[in-house]
Design a protein around this ligand. Structure first.
Ligand code: ADP
Ligand code: MG
Length: 551
């Protein structure tokens, strides 16, 4: 793909100076292809993947147009799908207009004080970068007039449509003079986008810059087939063992982001979330702390993370398998930059998601290797080693005399130094009690999940119903209880892990000293009993039978 220096576009002095200040040396391929067309006044559809410099590709010609043909009021309108993207685009445009003397860009988006925006709009701006909702809001209030707009740009058009802005776009276009230049940029194309281009563009030039090589090069990619209920445990274990700090974790919904962040914080990890519903201030705060290296795990949705320039990520987790193959590439492209080896982990649950994973493998032409979640023993060993390293470092390089005196004092009071160390170690290895010790029952489920899935498939073909059951429950009795150290999770883990029925179908569990009982849907009872009689729970053989409930 050829690129050219900016000097060859015949740009004006102030714009060249700005490009120089920013430090761009050469135009990117999408810029090389689209800038000359846009400068000539044509409508352009530009498609290239995220991070290829689409903002400057439309902003530079828009600024040139305004410089050549000074008018009054807002003359360029740029629509972006999210606040974050609007602000980012506006920042870039502000830099590019820095030497023009009179061109003022402003960003308008929901969540910011509208009066403040009105004041700025009144003060005379020529370029408005906005989200559709807020742009319409200002149109209704007559605080934004679009009758002087000469160039309109739909940025990240695919995201705008997937966020449901189609009708808003129609409303906004109704107010823009038809004598205008129309530009559309997108990372992907869809029939819906083409429909928009047909409605609003005149003889557009279509420029596609397809990626030369997918960015998955240099990234080790693994997947884990695990039950939904153990994803948090799996993420924790992988964080403990790989320490890929910082890590970026992708979820498909805002709700998931919030839930996962809370769960990880509860476990003692330094985690923050990023999604479109957050207040701008909160998003800025998260991004600043993340860039400053004060956050180990950033959990985000695709849209919120899009276009945000964070590199040097130790690992990317697809906590939810992405809904679009291209998203997968965008997500994991954030790791393994600057010649470093990258890591990508994908969690997969169920056969539908396995099929999606195979689709991703076909799409990227790169294998994603099946791997297992580290066992609790491996996790503990990693925590121990880390602790040992830190202790050694402290012993070698820090003055500990004050603390040695404190230990000696405690020893005088009858607590041995070994006990002190053990207590501290426990606290250290569980993040001061916040992080749970990884449980062996979970190991069992991780290991058994694959087997369970096979069992599920078998049982389905045998006519068992899977999923929610509305039939009656029956009670099952097993001959071990609290004396053997049995906990409810052991029952759930073994039954779910070994029989292929979902954990949530296991009803009320009662653990007595020497026996325990629990409910399962009637149609599974025989299978559960049969399987339990052939397996071990917490390492013990058990005898299972229907419970003769005479209560
Ligand atoms: P896209 O919209 O295609 O996702 P952006 O316009 O957000 O990409 O640009 C991604 C990054 O690349 C930004 O940090 C931007 O400043 C930078 N960039 C843009 N053009 C160039 C260039 N010609 N040379 C170097 N960096 C560039
Ligand atoms: Mg962009």
């Amino acid at each position: 793909m050829h690129t050219i220096p900016f000097s060859e576009f015949g740009l004006s002095e102030p714009v060249m100076q700005a490009i120089d200040d920013i430090g761009y040396e050469e135009a990117t391929p999408i810029q090389t292809e689209t800038i000359p067309l846009l400068l000539s006044g044509r409508d352009v559809i530009g498609q290239s993947q995220t991070g290829t410099g689409k903002t400057a590709a439309f902003a530079i010609p828009a600024i040139e147009r305004l410089l050549a043909d000074r008018g009054n009021g807002v003359q360029a309108l740029i629509l972006c799908p999210t606040r974050e993207l609007a602000i980012q685009a506006c920042d870039e445009i502000r830099k590019l207009t820095a030497h023009t003397g009179f061109i003022n860009p402003t960003a308008i988006y929901g969540g910011q004080d509208i009066d403040y925006q009105i004041k700025r709009l009144r003060s005379g701006v020529q370029i408005v970068v906005g989200t559709p909702g807020r742009v319409m809001d200002h149109m209704r209030r007559h605080t934004l007039r679009l009758d002087g707009v000469k160039i309109v740009i739909l940025d990240e058009a695919d995201e705008m449509l997937s966020m449901g802005f189609r009708e808003d776009i129609d409303t906004i276009f109704a107010d823009i003079p038809s004598e205008r230049q129309t530009v559309l940029f997108s990372a992907t194309m869809s029939p819906e986008i083409l429909e928009i281009t047909k409605l609003y563009m005149k003889d557009p030039a279509v420029i596609r810059v397809l990626r030369k090589e997918l960015t998955v090069e240099g990234i080790d990619q693994y997947y884990f087939n695990i039950p939904q209920s153990l994803k948090i445990e799996a993420l924790s274990r992988l964080m403990d063992v790989y320490h890929p700090e910082p890590a970026m974790v992708f979820c498909n919904t805002k709700k998931k982001v919030d839930e996962l962040v809370s769960a990880m914080q509860l476990r003692g990890y330094v985690a923050e979330g990023l999604h479109g519903d957050m207040k701008q201030q909160a998003r800025d705060h998260v991004m600043n702390t993340f860039r400053g290296g004060r956050v180990d795990i950033l959990v985000a949705t695709d849209v919120a993370a899009r276009g945000i320039d964070v590199s040097d990520i130790g690992a990317v987790f697809n906590y939810d398998i992405p809904q679009d193959y291209e998203y997968y590439v965008h997500r994991i492209g954030r790791t393994g930059r600057a010649g470093k080896k990258g890591l990508a982990f994908t969690f997969v649950t169920g056969s539908r998601e396995m099929a999606e994973l195979r689709g991703i493998i076909d799409y990227t032409h790169k294998d994603i290797i099946k791997s297992s979640i580290p066992t609790s023993a491996q996790v503990m060993e990693c925590r121990r080693l880390r602790f040992a390293r830190r202790v050694c470092a402290a012993v070698e390089s820090e003055d500990l005399s004050q603390y040695i005196a404190m230990v000696e004092q405690l020893a005088d009071e009858g607590i041995s130094s070994v006990e002190i160390a053990a207590a501290l170690l426990r606290s250290e290895m569980t993040s001061g009690g916040k992080t749970a010790m990884p449980s062996e029952a979970d190991d069992f489920i991780f290991a058994g999940h694959e087997r369970r899935r096979n069992a599920e498939r078998r049982s389905r073909s045998e006519g068992f119903r899977s999923g929610r059951s509305d039939s009656r429950s029956v009670r099952i009795h097993i001959n071990i209880g609290s004396c053997s150290g049995l906990l409810p999770k052991h029952i759930v883990g073994t039954v779910a892990g070994e029989t292929g029925i979902e954990g949530r179908l296991i009803g009320k569990i009662e653990i007595n000293e020497r026996f325990s009982t629990f409910d399962v849907p009637q149609e599974y009872a025989e299978k559960v009993i049969d399987v339990l009689n052939r397996t071990r729970i917490i390492g013990r053989r058990v005898s299972a039978r229907l419970f003769n409930d005479k209560r």
